[in-house]
Design a protein around this ligand. Structure first.
Ligand code: ATP
Length: 454
């Protein structure tokens, strides 16, 4: 069966249900900038927490870091960003639009009929020139030379410049990693496709330092590990692939990169890059800062500059992929039901507690059930409107279970648990409810779309 999801449907659901809003909307919005609403915050937080869980909680060899957005300008000189973090930019003198020279084939000309830039007879494109993607700003009250700083375009460099600090306190030796989640900023020439490409976004990056000879093995390890992470969280495996970069695509620092790609409605696109960065970064910072950034084995006296394997993911892009993969529509009793089949661990709300009617003592019992459940998981209480309407609302925000309190509850202290995916309704004793939902939350889950796609 064909996937019903489109980017327009995702954007519209996100706005309607309070996941993501266009930023500064009352002033007409600023292009490609978004604000996350209540459910969007909960969802993205769950994505980031799952990343921390995989990086920290389930491993002994990775530690956390949260470095500053504004760093010493020399960081970007050493990293190569000042000289080389550029995209080739082409202007059209006729329509005044700007395009990435390497994205002409996917861009639309400003004239009608819509063609690619350069194909319309009125097009007048400039030569491509390099455009640095870093946002510049000044620190201090006086705008003078020397006070220019940059908003970080990636979180990775904050990790490399802290290598020595972390090594000293953490009592780790290679192989070990440093993980960080935080905002990055890139003055993208052509942002777009909702939160897929924006100028301000969150990254989840981990730098894994290894003895040089072990780099190829760890590269393979992280490829497999990162692919597994998406699949375990419910992404359909046939919508996920690893793609190795061709030699001419490789970044200046990389001796090997593979992207984890997802089949978005816009086609296969990068979700995450996994690179073998060699000793490029530590050596560059060592040279610029005149510091030794190496590992010394106190027992054997052996010293070396570790190689780095980097899985670099985007929190917003991953969130978008989870939304796209989860979006579904289904005919139920002659009506179309829209729902997000999110992995329960990612779902913004795990359980909704709904009294069937707003009388006969049902709200009081439902409040009691809610008070108990909310101590264990993100829960929501809703007594407004018909039960059908309330179910539909929970379906659209991806709530895996809805607990309904009805007249029978008052007789035997049982409730119904409605399953978002199968629509099965089970009767469960209130006393066993919390444990039962926690059991379901821990259970492996895979998308019901999978068996239907097959
Ligand atoms: P692209 O080729 O899409 O520009 P990239 O290869 O430059 O991405 P990296 O520098 O490898 O991206 O960054 C790692 C991850 O950060 C990307 O895989 C993506 O998930 C996320 N990311 C990068 N740029 C953006 C952006 N402008 N908006 C949202 N997420 C981004």
């Amino acid at each position: 069966m064909a996937d019903v999801v489109t980017m327009e449907k995702i954007v519209s659901l996100c706005k309607r249900r309070g996941f993501v809003f266009p930023s500064s909307e009352i002033y007409g919005g600023v292009g490609s900038t978004y604000d996350y609403g209540h459910y969007g915050v909960l969802l993205k937080t769950n994505v980031k927490n799952e990343w921390w869980r995989a990086m920290l909680q389930e491993r002994d060899d990775v530690v956390a870091l949260d470095s500053a957005i504004i760093q010493h300008p020399k960081v970007w000189e050493a990293s190569g960003h000042l000289a080389g973090f550029t995209d080739p930019l082409v202007d059209c003198r006729t329509c005044k639009l700007r395009f990435r020279a390497d994205h002409i084939g996917e861009s639309a000309c400003g004239r009608r009929p819509s063609l690619h830039p350069g194909e319309h007879e009125e097009c007048d494109l400039t030569e491509a020139r390099d455009f640095n993607l870093m946002f510049e700003t000044t620190v201090g009250p006086v705008k003078e030379e020397g006070a220019t700083v940059y908003l970080r375009p990636e979180t990775a460099q904050g990790i490399f410049v802290n290598f020595k600090n972390v090594l000293q306190f953490s009592r780790k030796k290679p192989p070990f990693g440093i993980a960080q989640i935080g905002k990055s900023f890139r003055n993208e020439i052509t942002p777009g496709n909702f939160v897929f490409r924006t100028r301000e976004f969150e990254q989840m990056e981990m730098e894994f330092f290894v003895p040089p000879a072990e780099a190829p093995r760890w590269f393979e390890h992280w490829l497999a590990e990162r692919e597994r992470w998406y699949v375990e969280l419910g992404i359909r495996p046939d919508h996920l692939r690893l793609r190795a970069h061709e030699a001419d695509e490789l970044s200046h620092y990389s001796s090997g990169t593979s992207d984890v790609e997802y089949l978005f409605p816009i086609g296969w696109s990068e979700l995450e890059g996994i690179a073998n960065r060699g000793d490029f970064d530590l050596s560059a910072h060592a040279a610029h800062a005149r510091e030794k950034l190496e590992y010394v084995d106190t027992a054997s006296g052996e010293r070396y500059v570790p190689y780095v394997i980097e899985p670099a993911a985007g929190a917003d892009r991953a969130t978008l992929a989870f939304l796209v993969d989860a979006y579904d529509e289904e005919e139920v009793e002659g009506e179309t039901r829209t729902l997000l089949r999110l992995h329960p661990r990612l779902a913004p709300v795990k359980v909704a507690v709904l009294p069937l009617v707003k009388k006969d003592g049902q709200p009081e019992v439902a409040q009691e059930v809610y008070a108990d459940l909310r101590r264990r998981m993100q829960a929501e209480y809703d007594e407004g409107g018909s039960i059908g309407k309330r179910y539909r609302r929970q379906d659209e925000i991806g709530t895996p279970w809805s607990v309904t309190v009805d007249h029978q509850t008052l007789e035997d202290r049982t409730v119904t648990v409605r399953d978002r995916d199968s629509l099965a309704q089970d009767r469960v004793a209130i006393d066993a409810l919390g444990d039962e939902l926690e059991r379901r939350l821990r259970a492996p889950w895979s998308s019901p779309k999978l068996s239907r796609d097959a």
